[in-house]
Design a protein around this ligand. Structure first.
Ligand code: AMP
Length: 281
């Protein structure tokens, strides 16, 4: 497995691979890898001939009061895990090479970026779109693999890929969870024992919503109210949002029908966690 930090070298390598007819699959990450990330690498291996994983904590997608500085970083462990998962190359550029002095160009999708996560984290998706567009140009992948865990991100990246004509197929893989249902996340490492224990309510509450829908509940407000009550029973939980939206427009639904996204963001102490379920009626 190779480790490349130079953007030029990465691009040259990718162009060479493509000229040889190799299909490149790409898994963008911010490192601090867990089994959710590794499931994407395994999918990448099945899809292409050469797997690239990037590790880059992207400052442009963090707000000024967010955890950019303390975001967990462990390149040594990440390397080991990626090697075991069968990754062929790690691309780990330096911040100053991605955003050199005088950097000015950003990619933004207003309509989808100001809802849910974007409403709570202004500028977040502008940072995400910009880095993913740059990585697509550098890595030149045939396939790019994302997680359903960040449902809104996957939708926005799909839209950006279509709108900007990137010749990349976007693949979205299911959320990998811990035994008690908590979605694997690099940020779970911030939780203390009590917070970690209470955080399992997130998946339980999504499942409750799903159960209500399957039982025929048609009023989204009633479902959201029940979920709110359940989460508020945990004394360390502070709800940011709970939403039932259309899976494409991310607009709140008035009536339960078709394909829906039930999503939420909740803080436990200082740690903000997100999760979602796609539900078909
Ligand atoms: P991150 O390192 O948090 O930027 O995530 C990198 C990629 O891994 C994104 O496409 C995420 O959606 C995906 N991912 C993160 N957590 C999980 C999970 N628990 N299951 C599946 N994919 C995940």
């Amino acid at each position: 497995m190779q480790l490349v930090t130079s953007t030029k070298k990465m691009q040259q390598l990718s162009l060479l691979l493509r000229r040889k007819g190799k299909k490149i699959s790409f898994v963008p990450t911010m490192g601090a890898l867990h089994k959710g990330h590794l499931s994407l690498v395994k999918k990448a291996k099945r899809l292409g001939d050469f797997v690239v994983a990037s590790i880059f904590v992207n400052p442009a997608q963090f707000g000024p009061k967010e955890d950019y500085k303390k975001y967990p970083r462990d390149l040594r462990k990440d390397k080991e895990l990626l090697q075991q998962a069968g990754c062929d190359l790690i691309f780990a550029p330096r911040v100053e090479d991605i955003y050199p002095e005088g950097y000015l160009t950003y990619v933004n999708i207003d309509e989808l970026s100001n809802k849910l996560e974007g409403a709570s984290r202004p500028g977040h998706f502008k940072g995400v779109c910009t880095i993913v567009a740059k990585l697509f140009n550098i890595v030149q992948p045939d396939f790019a693999i994302f997680g359903q865990k960040d449902a809104q991100q996957a939708i926005i990246i799909q839209k950006m890929t279509e709108d900007l004509n990137f010749p990349v197929r976007i693949i979205v893989c299911p959320t990998v969870r811990e035994k008690d249902g908590l979605a694997c996340s690099s940020r779970n490492s911030y939780l203390n024992t009590e917070e970690r224990d209470q955080a399992k309510i997130l998946y339980q509450s999504l499942k409750l919503g799903q159960k209500m829908i399957k039982a025929g509940e048609k009023n989204p407000l009633k479902i959201i109210k029940k979920i709110r009550e359940l989460i508020n029973n945990q004394k360390l939980a502070k709800i940011d949002y709970i939403a039932l939206t259309d899976t494409q427009t991310l607009e709140p639904v008035r009536k339960i029908k078709g394909e829906l996204l039930l999503s939420l963001a909740v803080k436990f102490g200082k740690t903000r966690l997100i999760d979602n379920l796609k539900i078909c009626v």
